[in-house]
Write a protein that binds this ligand. Structure first.
Ligand SMILES: [Fe+2]
Length: 179
């Protein structure tokens, strides 16, 4: 059995609607980097200082002190992003926030497949991460393999913060967080 806390955690607060609307506004104006594959995750440019989302609480200092980057991800309709570990050596923990309400099939995000070497045969365990609208999720994106599916005709839009901290330290810090 996989302990999903090694893979991801749903953080214990909700993003207020005015901030979600601000994120949506910036999303509509920002450029997206061309990705290698048409049917895959699309990454936006990194938000410039004047576009940065401020949470108005201790999260701002936390993210600033860990050289965090803010960006958007879009998973286009009928698309998937294959199994991968996030490539950044420094920004090893990711916080994702879904910007719209999506149905269950949209929330098909698998995480934490053991590698073939660990198992010795072709059986891969998967854990589904079910995004809830406006809830932040912290992902062990560097440490665990993950895979994204969108088997619907609606693009899935995510606000994403990449932080320069270990997943373990981030889980501990957010575990003590009182906003
Ligand atoms: Fe990833």
């Amino acid at each position: 059995m996989i302990d999903h806390r090694e893979l991801f955690v749903e953080l214990d607060f909700t993003i207020e609607m005015p901030l979600i609307e601000r994120m949506r506004e910036i999303l509509d104006t920002i450029s997206f980097i061309r990705t290698k594959y048409e049917c895959s995750v699309q990454f936006s440019n990194i938000l410039e200082p004047d576009q940065q989302i401020k949470f108005g609480n201790k999260l701002d200092d936390y993210f600033a002190s860990r050289n965090s980057l803010q960006m958007f991800l879009i998973i286009p309709p009928y698309s998937y992003f294959p199994w991968h570990f996030d490539p950044s050596k420094e920004r090893t923990t990711v916080i994702n926030i879904p910007l719209y309400e999506y149905d269950d099939s949209h929330q098909t995000y698998f995480s934490g497949a053991p590698t073939r070497e660990e198992l010795g045969y072709d059986l891969y365990k998967i854990v589904q991460m079910k995004y809830k609208f406006a809830h932040p999720y912290m992902l062990n994106a560097k440490g665990k393999q993950h895979c994204v599916f969108n088997p619907t005709d609606i693009p899935r839009k995510i606000f994403s913060i990449c932080t320069e901290t270990s997943y373990k330290d981030a889980v501990a810090w957010f575990g003590d967080l009182a906003l």
